[in-house]
Design a protein around this ligand. Structure first.
Ligand code: NAD
Ligand code: WQD
Length: 342
């Protein structure tokens, strides 16, 4: 069944891949983004892959009424809400900006949806809501306890989504808790394009492999893990995008949280070594002190997504790194032009 789907943050990393997957499935997509962490170049690349000009509104969702023209012009039937700020370290330095942006954006979106009789919402939550997990792999009913303001915003949004669903049975909300999204579209034309110093491991390792940075700092080699470095549940962004389509297909009345992960882990050194092997490039690294706030291991229990969404992630680390490297080597500076020589 073809539907008209609003994708907030659709110019960004995960939003662009999901928008493309929706279009490939026959849906109509409308993107809203303020381009604060993305670019028109990303939208152009997305349009080229989609073979059409996806309707786009440049708007800041923290402004009440920002979505009025969108709902006036398009018969929106469901929303996938990616827009927001996501850098953990920055959220510690600028907590109020994070609370303001992430909370207000979601409240304004839900107000606009309700006003236009649109009740299906898929929200980008995060495994960060679990904090330092007591159980591994982590099921959805594990205790929550984010350790930074970014994670707090995700948990607070989850809570007000639950309250909204209790207050009005028309709401159908799925909270997708992503583990560690990596990789890129296999065309190499869209991908993750962090500005400045990448916070996340895979974009950093890619920039080392492509020669933009000298070496990877491995944050700690004395964790209680097989090789002493942090273990994460990396998930290919295409599997994640497919998870959103499955969430829309299976959306139910109420509000439910579902993990999107693979259930298997890779260490920092696994990522470094896989990148060196697949790229054929040297990926020098040094062992550095632990990063404040990091945990040893994060792994999803993905059974609920298997059962309720009939979805599972099937791309392995080699596929993730192959596609990340294809994007990085085709576009060493992401969507930006290479800096002038000299
Ligand atoms: P991203 O920064 O690439 O995409 C977010 C998009 O939202 C950007 O294009 C940005 O310009 C836009 N945006 C930000 N504030 C806005 C505002 N006020 N109004 C309109 N647009 C706004 O990030 P991403 O990695 O694609 O993440 C998408 C979502 O998934 C985020 O909510 C993030 O918290 C969540 N998430 C990401 C990860 C990850 O590791 N990438 C993991 C778990 C959850
Ligand atoms: C992975 C591993 C690091 C960089 C973060 C957010 C989380 C979610 C995903 C949004 C860890 C190590 C990293 C480097 C390293 N985002 N590392 N050198 O911390 O699991 O999760 O992104 O919701 O909320 O916290 O991902 O990619 O930063 O780190 O050694 O230069 O790589 O210590 O073990 P993380 P990451």
């Amino acid at each position: 069944m073809s539907r008209t789907i609003l994708v907030t943050g659709g110019a960004g990393y995960i939003g662009s891949h999901t928008a493309l997957a929706l279009i490939e499935r026959g849906h109509d997509v409308v993107i809203v983004d303020d381009l604060s962490n993305s670019s028109t170049a990303a939208l152009e690349a997305l349009n080229a892959l989609a073979g059409r000009a996806i309707p786009f509104f440049e708007a800041d969702l923290t402004e009440p009424g920002a979505l009025d023209p969108v709902f006036a012009e398009h018969p929106i039937e469901a929303a996938i809400h990616f827009a927001g700020l996501k850098a953990v370290g920055e959220s510690v330095e600028q907590p109020l900006r994070y609370y303001r942006t992430n909370l207000l954006s979601t409240l304004n979106l839900m107000d606009s949806m309700a006003a236009h009789d649109c009740w299906d919402l898929v929200f980008s939550s995060s495994a960060t809501v679990y904090g330092d997990p007591e159980v591994l792999p982590i099921p959805e009913d594990a205790a929550t306890g984010p350790t930074n303001p970014y994670g707090q915003t995700k948990l607070m949004i989850e809570e007000f989504c639950r309250d909204a669903a209790v207050s009005d049975p028309r709401w159908r909300i799925t909270l997708l808790r992503y583990f560690n999204p990596v990789g890129a579209h296999p065309s190499g034309e869209i991908g993750e394009d962090p500005t400045g110093h990448p916070n996340n491991l895979v974009p950093f390792v890619m920039q080392v492999a492509v020669g933009r940075r000298e070496k990877v700092s491995v944050f700690g080699d004395d964790y209680d893990t097989p090789d002493g470095t942090g273990v994460r549940d990396y998930i290919h962004v295409l599997d994640l995008a497919a998870g959103h389509l499955a969430a829309l297909d299976h959306i139910e009345q109420g509000c439910d949280a579902i993990n999107l992960g693979t259930g298997s882990g890779a260490s920092v050194l696994d990522v470094v070594e896989t990148t060196a092997r697949i790229s054929g490039q040297p990926v020098p690294y040094e062992i550095a002190p632990r990063r404040a706030g990091d945990i040893a291991t994060s792994l999803a229990d993905p059974r609920k997504a298997n059962e309720k969404l009939d979805w599972r992630a099937d791309r392995n680390l080699d596929a993730m790194i192959t596609d990340a490297w294809n994007w990085q080597s085709k576009h060493p500076y992401g969507f930006a032009e290479a800096p002038a020589e000299g």
